[in-house]
Design a protein around this ligand. Structure first.
Ligand SMILES: N[C@@H](CCC(=O)N[C@@H](CS)C(=O)NCC(=O)O)C(=O)O
Length: 211
Protein backbone atom coordinates (compact mmCIF):
# COMPACT_ATOMS: atom_id res chain seq x y z
CA UNK A 1 0.00 0.00 0.00
CA UNK A 2 1.06 3.58 -0.60
CA UNK A 3 0.13 6.28 1.87
CA UNK A 4 0.16 9.83 0.54
CA UNK A 5 1.08 11.72 3.65
CA UNK A 6 2.64 14.85 5.08
CA UNK A 7 4.50 14.62 8.36
CA UNK A 8 2.52 17.42 10.03
CA UNK A 9 -0.90 16.48 8.66
CA UNK A 10 -3.05 15.37 11.55
CA UNK A 11 -5.45 13.51 9.26
CA UNK A 12 -2.55 11.51 7.79
CA UNK A 13 -1.16 11.01 11.32
CA UNK A 14 -4.44 9.24 12.27
CA UNK A 15 -4.02 6.79 9.38
CA UNK A 16 -0.33 6.19 10.14
CA UNK A 17 -1.30 5.16 13.68
CA UNK A 18 -3.98 2.78 12.34
CA UNK A 19 -1.57 1.15 9.88
CA UNK A 20 1.00 0.71 12.65
CA UNK A 21 -1.52 -0.73 15.11
CA UNK A 22 -2.65 -3.24 12.48
CA UNK A 23 0.97 -4.10 11.64
CA UNK A 24 0.42 -3.20 7.98
CA UNK A 25 3.51 -2.14 6.02
CA UNK A 26 3.17 0.79 3.61
CA UNK A 27 5.27 3.05 1.45
CA UNK A 28 5.03 6.69 2.47
CA UNK A 29 4.67 9.11 -0.45
CA UNK A 30 5.31 12.58 0.97
CA UNK A 31 3.13 15.41 -0.34
CA UNK A 32 4.47 18.72 0.92
CA UNK A 33 1.48 20.92 1.64
CA UNK A 34 3.29 24.25 1.30
CA UNK A 35 6.38 23.67 -0.88
CA UNK A 36 5.99 24.57 -4.60
CA UNK A 37 2.68 26.27 -3.83
CA UNK A 38 1.45 23.01 -2.27
CA UNK A 39 2.27 19.68 -3.91
CA UNK A 40 -1.32 18.57 -3.24
CA UNK A 41 -2.26 20.79 -6.20
CA UNK A 42 0.10 19.05 -8.64
CA UNK A 43 -1.82 17.40 -11.50
CA UNK A 44 -0.37 13.96 -10.71
CA UNK A 45 -1.72 14.18 -7.15
CA UNK A 46 -5.06 15.65 -8.23
CA UNK A 47 -5.65 12.46 -10.20
CA UNK A 48 -4.99 10.52 -6.95
CA UNK A 49 -7.24 12.72 -4.81
CA UNK A 50 -9.35 15.35 -6.60
CA UNK A 51 -9.95 16.95 -3.20
CA UNK A 52 -6.22 17.84 -3.09
CA UNK A 53 -5.78 16.66 0.48
CA UNK A 54 -3.85 14.04 2.39
CA UNK A 55 -4.17 11.31 3.44
CA UNK A 56 -4.90 9.09 0.45
CA UNK A 57 -4.25 5.37 0.62
CA UNK A 58 -3.56 3.46 -2.60
CA UNK A 59 -4.43 -0.19 -2.11
CA UNK A 60 -2.67 -3.17 -3.68
CA UNK A 61 -5.19 -3.43 -6.53
CA UNK A 62 -4.96 0.26 -7.40
CA UNK A 63 -8.06 1.56 -5.61
CA UNK A 64 -7.47 4.81 -3.78
CA UNK A 65 -9.19 5.63 -0.52
CA UNK A 66 -9.47 9.15 0.88
CA UNK A 67 -10.83 10.67 4.12
CA UNK A 68 -8.99 9.45 7.20
CA UNK A 69 -12.05 8.10 9.04
CA UNK A 70 -13.21 6.14 5.98
CA UNK A 71 -9.69 4.77 5.49
CA UNK A 72 -9.39 3.74 9.14
CA UNK A 73 -12.79 2.03 9.15
CA UNK A 74 -11.83 0.18 5.94
CA UNK A 75 -8.59 -1.00 7.57
CA UNK A 76 -10.51 -2.03 10.68
CA UNK A 77 -13.03 -4.02 8.66
CA UNK A 78 -10.41 -5.74 6.50
CA UNK A 79 -7.88 -6.30 9.32
CA UNK A 80 -10.00 -6.67 12.46
CA UNK A 81 -7.15 -7.23 14.94
CA UNK A 82 -6.79 -5.21 17.09
CA UNK A 83 -10.28 -3.71 16.75
CA UNK A 84 -10.44 0.08 16.69
CA UNK A 85 -14.17 0.22 17.41
CA UNK A 86 -15.95 -1.55 20.28
CA UNK A 87 -18.36 -4.35 19.37
CA UNK A 88 -21.10 -2.93 21.60
CA UNK A 89 -23.21 -0.45 19.55
CA UNK A 90 -23.53 2.04 22.42
CA UNK A 91 -19.80 2.08 23.13
CA UNK A 92 -19.13 2.29 19.38
CA UNK A 93 -21.38 5.34 19.02
CA UNK A 94 -19.54 7.03 21.89
CA UNK A 95 -16.14 6.38 20.31
CA UNK A 96 -17.36 7.71 16.96
CA UNK A 97 -18.78 10.80 18.65
CA UNK A 98 -15.38 11.80 20.11
CA UNK A 99 -13.65 10.98 16.83
CA UNK A 100 -16.11 13.11 14.89
CA UNK A 101 -15.92 16.00 17.35
CA UNK A 102 -12.26 16.18 16.36
CA UNK A 103 -12.33 15.19 12.71
CA UNK A 104 -15.55 16.97 11.71
CA UNK A 105 -15.86 19.88 14.15
CA UNK A 106 -12.38 20.97 15.29
CA UNK A 107 -10.00 19.98 12.52
CA UNK A 108 -11.76 21.60 9.52
CA UNK A 109 -11.67 24.96 11.28
CA UNK A 110 -7.91 24.83 11.83
CA UNK A 111 -6.87 23.04 8.70
CA UNK A 112 -4.17 24.67 6.58
CA UNK A 113 -6.52 25.50 3.72
CA UNK A 114 -8.92 27.25 6.14
CA UNK A 115 -6.14 29.28 7.77
CA UNK A 116 -4.77 30.21 4.35
CA UNK A 117 -8.23 31.45 3.30
CA UNK A 118 -8.41 33.63 6.42
CA UNK A 119 -5.00 35.08 5.59
CA UNK A 120 -5.00 35.36 1.80
CA UNK A 121 -8.64 35.97 0.91
CA UNK A 122 -10.06 37.56 4.05
CA UNK A 123 -6.79 39.46 4.73
CA UNK A 124 -6.67 38.59 8.43
CA UNK A 125 -3.45 39.24 10.34
CA UNK A 126 -1.55 36.44 12.11
CA UNK A 127 -2.79 37.35 15.66
CA UNK A 128 -6.43 37.06 14.51
CA UNK A 129 -5.70 33.75 12.78
CA UNK A 130 -3.99 32.42 15.92
CA UNK A 131 -6.98 33.55 18.02
CA UNK A 132 -9.34 31.72 15.61
CA UNK A 133 -7.23 28.58 15.88
CA UNK A 134 -7.04 28.68 19.68
CA UNK A 135 -10.74 29.42 20.02
CA UNK A 136 -11.95 26.40 18.07
CA UNK A 137 -9.49 23.98 19.65
CA UNK A 138 -10.39 25.17 23.15
CA UNK A 139 -14.16 25.00 22.48
CA UNK A 140 -13.81 21.45 21.14
CA UNK A 141 -11.44 20.31 23.88
CA UNK A 142 -13.77 21.66 26.63
CA UNK A 143 -16.53 19.36 25.41
CA UNK A 144 -14.23 16.35 24.98
CA UNK A 145 -12.72 16.89 28.43
CA UNK A 146 -16.23 16.75 29.90
CA UNK A 147 -17.08 13.57 28.00
CA UNK A 148 -14.06 11.31 28.61
CA UNK A 149 -12.75 9.41 31.65
CA UNK A 150 -9.43 8.03 30.43
CA UNK A 151 -8.64 4.57 31.68
CA UNK A 152 -6.06 5.03 30.32
CA UNK A 153 -7.28 5.69 26.73
CA UNK A 154 -10.08 8.08 25.81
CA UNK A 155 -12.83 5.47 25.81
CA UNK A 156 -11.53 2.74 28.09
CA UNK A 157 -8.74 0.21 28.39
CA UNK A 158 -8.46 -0.42 24.63
CA UNK A 159 -7.15 2.01 22.04
CA UNK A 160 -9.99 3.12 19.76
CA UNK A 161 -10.64 5.41 16.83
CA UNK A 162 -11.12 8.31 19.25
CA UNK A 163 -7.48 8.00 20.39
CA UNK A 164 -6.31 7.99 16.78
CA UNK A 165 -8.03 11.35 16.34
CA UNK A 166 -7.11 12.84 19.73
CA UNK A 167 -3.33 12.39 19.64
CA UNK A 168 -2.77 14.24 16.33
CA UNK A 169 -5.10 17.05 17.44
CA UNK A 170 -3.15 17.43 20.69
CA UNK A 171 0.08 17.52 18.67
CA UNK A 172 -1.38 20.34 16.56
CA UNK A 173 -2.60 22.21 19.62
CA UNK A 174 0.85 22.06 21.20
CA UNK A 175 2.53 23.17 17.98
CA UNK A 176 0.25 26.22 17.86
CA UNK A 177 0.83 26.84 21.60
CA UNK A 178 -2.73 26.28 22.80
CA UNK A 179 -2.56 26.04 26.63
CA UNK A 180 -3.67 22.58 27.73
CA UNK A 181 -3.68 23.06 31.53
CA UNK A 182 -7.48 23.03 31.59
CA UNK A 183 -7.57 19.61 29.92
CA UNK A 184 -5.87 17.11 32.26
CA UNK A 185 -7.91 14.15 30.97
CA UNK A 186 -7.02 14.88 27.36
CA UNK A 187 -3.34 15.28 28.29
CA UNK A 188 -3.42 11.98 30.22
CA UNK A 189 -5.04 10.02 27.36
CA UNK A 190 -2.53 11.51 24.91
CA UNK A 191 0.39 10.51 27.16
CA UNK A 192 -0.95 6.95 27.54
CA UNK A 193 -1.25 6.54 23.78
CA UNK A 194 2.20 7.92 23.06
CA UNK A 195 3.74 5.18 25.21
CA UNK A 196 2.65 2.69 22.52
CA UNK A 197 5.11 2.09 19.69
CA UNK A 198 2.38 2.32 17.02
CA UNK A 199 1.72 5.91 18.11
CA UNK A 200 5.38 6.76 18.61
CA UNK A 201 6.32 5.53 15.14
CA UNK A 202 3.53 7.66 13.62
CA UNK A 203 4.71 10.90 15.27
CA UNK A 204 5.42 13.74 12.81
CA UNK A 205 9.06 13.95 13.93
CA UNK A 206 9.54 10.25 13.13
CA UNK A 207 8.45 10.54 9.49
CA UNK A 208 10.86 10.41 6.55
CA UNK A 209 9.70 13.87 5.38
CA UNK A 210 10.00 15.50 8.84
CA UNK A 211 11.67 18.92 8.84
N1 LIG B 1 -11.50 15.26 6.51
C1 LIG B 1 -10.26 14.93 5.86
C2 LIG B 1 -9.29 16.08 6.05
C3 LIG B 1 -8.09 15.95 5.14
C4 LIG B 1 -7.32 17.24 5.16
O1 LIG B 1 -7.90 18.32 5.18
N2 LIG B 1 -5.99 17.13 5.15
C5 LIG B 1 -5.18 18.32 5.21
C6 LIG B 1 -3.93 18.09 6.02
S1 LIG B 1 -4.31 17.67 7.70
C7 LIG B 1 -4.78 18.72 3.81
O2 LIG B 1 -4.39 17.90 3.02
N3 LIG B 1 -4.86 20.01 3.51
C8 LIG B 1 -4.50 20.50 2.21
C9 LIG B 1 -4.49 21.97 2.18
O3 LIG B 1 -4.61 22.59 3.23
O4 LIG B 1 -4.34 22.52 1.08
C10 LIG B 1 -9.68 13.64 6.46
O5 LIG B 1 -10.03 13.31 7.58
O6 LIG B 1 -8.91 12.96 5.76
Amino acid sequence: MKLYTYFRSSAAYRVRIALNLKGLPYDAVPIHLSKDGGQQRRPDFVTVNPQMRVPALALYRGDVLTQSLAIIEYLDETHPKPPLLPSDPLARAKVRAIAQMIACDIHPLNNLVTLQYLKRSLKQEQPEIDAWYHHWVIEGFKAIEAMISPSPYTCGSQVTLSDLCLVPQVFNARRLKVPLDAFPKIVAADAACLKLSAFDKARPENQPDAE
